[in-house]
Design a protein around this ligand. Structure first.
Ligand code: AP5
Ligand code: MG
Length: 217
């Protein structure tokens, strides 16, 4: 199964990816997570990406495309398929992905777009907290840890707010990506791959809509 999970910042791509990987043995590849890990590890990629991600701007296409191209060649992807989260984010990336997959003799089975109103997104991002130990993501009100201040996944007690979730960065990220996402959606609609799912219901309800799509693949 090869799928793309698309949506504006805060739409629930990471949250739904966690649900999907519990039920399907697909390889979750989130470009944002890869950049954040590289920044934490202070690798050359991280040093290059930091100024873009911290300010809510897109990392240049040539860097992002190269990164995804290398990741898609790996054996786990060949064996289990991929779920790309947050890639492609420009039409140029979408075209580069098509070329890469063609050269790997692979293809996309479905593109799932999680659709959420921008005003709702602002509230979600400003309330998001991340586990400092394992990276699991929560929302202070809508999706808090089961035990207060304790990560459900790893039991750690330290949570932080992402640099790009600070209020002054959130609106910029949403506005920027609202523009760039439209031609990509049109591109996949034209290819007959696009499935729009409302992301404004509960996490479980959104997941059951996604499962409806996945069960038909
Ligand atoms: P990335 O990490 O991908 O950030 P993003 O697109 O801004 O998406 P988020 O991770 O913020 O949101 P999400 O959709 O995963 O939502 P989540 O599930 O956490 O990218 C970061 C940066 O890296 C980019 O800005 C860019 O600089 C760079 N980058 C990445 N990819 C790139 C690319 N392809 N090209 C160039 N640059 C790239 O949910 C959000 C919150 O809402 C959480 O608190 C969650 O608990 C809550 N929530 C989720 N679902 C629900 C629900 N149904 N109801 C209520 N609350 C919910
Ligand atoms: Mg995410």
């Amino acid at each position: 199964m090869n799928i793309l999970l698309m949506g504006l910042p805060g739409a629930g791509k990471g949250t739904q990816s966690e649900q999907i990987t519990q039920d399907y043995p697909v390889v979750h590849i989130a470009t944002g997570d890869i950049f954040r890990q590289a920044i934490k590890d202070e690798t050359p990629l991280g040093l290059e990406a930091k100024s873009y991600t911290d300010n809510g701007n897109l990392v240049p296409d040539e860097i992002t495309n190269g990164l995804v191209k290398e990741r898609l060649k790996q054996d786990d992807v060949k064996e289990y398929g991929f779920m790309l989260d947050g890639y492609p984010r420009t039409l140029q990336q979408a075209r580069a992905l098509s070329d890469n997959l063609e050269s790997l003799d692979s293809s996309i089975d479905a593109v799932i777009y999680i659709d959420v109103d921008p005003e709702v997104l602002k509230e979600r991002l400003s309330g998001r907290i991340i586990c400092g130990s394992c990276g699991a993501s929560y929302h202070k009100i809508y999706n808090p840890p089961k035990v207060e201040n304790t990560c459900d996944s790893c039991g750690a007690h330290d949570f932080y707010q992402r640099e790009d979730d600070k209020p002054e960065k959130v609106a910029h990220r949403i506005n920027l990506q609202m523009e760039s996402i439209q031609p990509i959606l049109a591109y996949y609609e034209e290819l007959g791959l696009l499935h729009r799912v409302s992301g404004e219901n509960s996490i479980d309800q959104v997941y059951s809509k996604i499962q409806e799509v996945l069960s038909k693949l």
